[in-house]
Design a protein around this ligand. Sequence first.
Ligand code: B12
Length: 433
Amino acid sequence: MRFPTGSRTPLATAEPHREVAAGARRYLMCRPTYFDVVYSINPWMDPSKPVDPRLAVLQWQRLHDVYVELGHTVELIAPVPGLPDMVFAANGATVLDGRVLVARFLHDERAAEAVAYLDWFGSRGYEVRQAAWTNEGESDYLAAGSWLLAGSGFRTDRRSHAESEEFFGRPVIGLTLVDDNYYHLDTALAVLDEQTVMYYPAAFTPGSQDILRGLFPDAIIATDEDAEAFGLNAVSDGHHVVLPAGATRLIAQLRASGFDPVGVEVSELLRAGGGVKCCTLELRDRLPAQRSPGAGLSVVVTSVASDSHNWNLVFLQLTLEELGHQVLNLGPCMPDELLVSECLRVRPDLIVVSSVNGHGFRDGMRLIGRIRAHPELSATAVVIGGKLGIAGPGGVRSRDQLRSAGFDAVFEEDSGIASFKIFTERLTMSVHT
Ligand code: B12
């Protein structure tokens, strides 16, 4: 189960690039509004057998709700008419450290899905690019600890492995699939935590089986029946493993290995050759910067949506940088949703909101609710300051209201920059201890 350590393998000597540990994840899903089987691009698809769209939606909704109940965040991409396979969001891209490599599908029937993913990630400020070679996203690229396990044989072109290695800066381990029932890597292998996988050996060439045995000598091995039940098309948060309820032996093996399996029904989606994992693209955002003791905070400086003043932000950026902090200045007129998605991506230690046009109180009350609505940002320090009302400083009452709404501190013009500096000093000490 563990990656080899010591001098036995050069892989183990590389700098570890740790994945987020077990805990809250962010997933992207696509409601199966237009789900259907109207063409056949894998052995599971038979267009002559009608699908039950209502059942597909119910099964998908249950999967979505399971993630939410487990404490994960689920983002949605809008389904596009005429793209019946778009429900399989994991095929749309690979997202690592906030970088997005959008798919280039092998089949023309699915090519337009890539456009929707380029738009979705592009409009949220991600560093995004479409793959140059055929690449079916996270279905063929699975992050395992420091490495990217990469499938090929049916869909993803082997030449895309080098492209992904370069784009993500992570070593890629190529694995070749041989059974067309398991046409994507994520139909034959699931990563359970940084060092643990489960897989179906017969889906791989002998050479790839050797690689897997070498890397994961204690892996959980799936039976023919569990592989056919699409049990390996599973999603793990490092502790809970969501997988088809029909993969009964895998469920028992997972439990015996200390995981908490959660069975769901995906039979209707399986009629298009997709299951739990295919419906789920993990949004692996940039990890908080590793810092050495004494280093500064990572700070997002921003204004509110209605405010076009600029120099207040420049002033705050320079002040914070002089104090040794790293600043991402998002600029004026920042829409709430974009600010939130940037903060989810960057995960700063501190968010500094500045407004001087007189509408800061009203905009701030709305904005802080949207920031705090995200569990990942519920504990992030957020302050607001500037000229927040049209009738001069709002005084104790309006500051109390802003604090009750979720701001950690309020710095109106009369409270001066000195108290803001003291606040950042205290925060720096608490972040570093
Ligand atoms: C330049 C300016 C503009 C320029 C902005 C150009 C640009 N690229 O930024 C232009 C002409 C575009 C402009 C437009 C408007 N402006 Co104007 N503008 C000013 C002006 C003259 C200077 C602002 C400035 O750059 N100051 C320099 C920076 C460094 O200081 P600062 O912004 O005051 O920020 C300081 C503090 O507030 C504090 N601070 C700010 N934020 C934070 C956050 C934290 C956490 C902390 C600790 C401290 C802090 O630190 C800074 C340094 O001390 C001020 C008047 C003035 N003298 O202040 C009016 C002023 C800000 N504008 C004002 C108004 C009303 C407007 C308009 C609504 C006018 C209109 N009717 O169209 C529009 C706003 C449009 C919009 N959507 O926001 C009013 C705001 C009144 C209020 N708050 O009640 C002011 C105060 C003028 C006034 N006395 O009426 N404006």
